[in-house]
Design a protein around this ligand. Structure first.
Ligand SMILES: [Zn+2]
Length: 280
């Protein structure tokens, strides 16, 4: 199986095109900007590929923006995608338009939330024309997030987890994200994974890099949750707690967008589920 990555101008997003020796192809998360779709189509044409599947790691707008040009191809994604409420689907579609506006591009198709032909349960073994894959739920970044493993190739596609940015991006929940990191850790061990390919930025090219990135993300989560516990015990106001959490994890004195989002997620989670700690 060949692995081709196509980088978008949007946040170093990468679409993956997997190709079998028999020229069967599978796309993972098909592009953000219209030019990304053109490039993918051209690649398939130039190499006379038979596109047989589109796989979604999750349904944030940047991951499905360029789905409509490939909509005749069977689609695969977590069964949890089906549970996504209409209002959140609409938001995801709005996000696509906001990206296109920002880049001053227009697509010849309307952005649409993707249809999922094969909703997959956790730990589903998939026989794809490019090879056998294992589809594993990894919620935390989003509720419908999954990782895709190709055991024979010892490669794992991690979606929006294990991206090499200063802080992970946690929109669904801290406990889920932490547990998903443990799930990834177990998969890496079980299948002797040598390469982790995230949807944004560079891949992790060795078991050492993979372990280090997993540990870095776990440590960030432990630290944020621990600090929240300490602040909570001091009976500070909600605003003061939030301000502390933001400042304590600023990178070079800058509070990153991801951390701001993470703090909101954690405070919401803490309020609805009550205080929690994490297994070390
Ligand atoms: Zn995402």
């Amino acid at each position: 199986m060949e692995i081709h990555r196509f980088e978008s101008r949007y946040l170093r997003f990468h679409t993956v095109c997997l190709v079998s020796p028999a020229k069967q192809a599978v796309l993972i998360d098909p592009g953000v900007l219209p030019e990304d779709a053109d490039r993918l189509r051209q690649f398939c044409e130039d190499h006379r590929l038979n596109l047989t599947a589109v796989v979604f790691t999750h349904t944030h707008g940047d991951h499905f923006a360029c789905w409509p040009p490939f909509e005749t191809v069977p689609t695969y994604g977590s069964a949890r995608i089906l549970d996504k409420p209409a209002a959140r689907r609409e938001n995801d579609v709005k996000y696509v338009y906001s990206i296109w506006r920002k880049f001053r591009v227009e697509a010849p198709w309307a952005a649409r939330f993707p249809r999922i032909d094969y909703p997959l349960a956790d730990n589903t073994e998939l026989q794809l024309p490019v090879g056998n894959a294992l589809f594993v739920e990894t919620p935390g970044h989003s509720t419908d997030h999954s990782a895709v493993v190709f055991p024979m190739e010892q490669v794992l596609f991690s979606g929006d987890m294990l991206i090499q940015i200063p802080q992970p991006f946690i929109l669904d929940g801290f406990r889920n994200y932490f547990q998903s990191l443990q799930t990834l850790e177990a998969l890496v061990k079980r299948f002797s994974i040598q390469r982790v390919i995230p949807a944004h930025g560079p891949e992790l090219k060795s078991p050492h890099m993979i372990r280090r990135q997993i540990e870095r993300e776990k440590q960030y989560i432990r630290d944020v949750v621990q600090l929240l516990g300490e602040l909570h015990r001091k009976s500070l106001s909600a605003d003061a707690i939030q301000a502390h959490l933001l400042k304590a994890f600023a990178v070079n004195n800058t509070i990153l967008h991801s951390h701001r989002v993470n703090v909101n997620t954690l405070l919401r989670e803490w309020e609805s589920a009550g205080p929690f700690s994490l297994e070390i």
